[in-house]
Design a protein around this ligand. Structure first.
Ligand code: AMP
Length: 103
């Protein structure tokens, strides 16, 4: 938990954000500014600033499995995933997350 991190606060339930999916490793919630009819964020519960800081192979696998689990849950068969890493690539929130975009 990073006290200055908005996604840590969301994970901690401070904003009452609804989770589309949750397991012991991650939460999934809707992006507040959707760029597609379905725009979800798959977010590890552990605070990790970006993909560059994550070497835990198990957690990396869990995040991709989380994408599959949530898309299966909501019946989304076709979608794009995106991970912005670093400011120049457009990363705004420095808590690793996978965008899931679909119609
Ligand atoms: P990125 O540019 O990859 O860091 O993406 C950060 C994403 O987080 C953006 O698409 C924002 O719209 C989204 N976002 C920021 N604050 C919130 C929030 N409180 N709840 C849901 N999504 C958020």
């Amino acid at each position: 938990m990073d006290n200055d991190c908005i996604f840590c606060k969301i994970i901690n339930g401070e904003f009452g954000t609804e989770f589309v999916y949750e397991n012991e490793h991650l939460v999934v919630f809707k992006d507040i500014h959707p760029k597609s009819p379905v725009h979800l964020l798959v977010v590890p519960k552990l605070h990790v600033a970006s993909l560059n800081e994550l070497d835990d192979r198990e957690l990396l696998a869990e995040l991709m499995l989380g994408v599959k689990e949530v898309t299966k849950k909501i019946g989304l068969k076709s979608y794009r995933t995106q991970i912005n890493t670093g400011k120049e690539a457009g990363q705004e929130v420095f808590h690793l997350h996978i965008h899931v975009l679909g119609k």
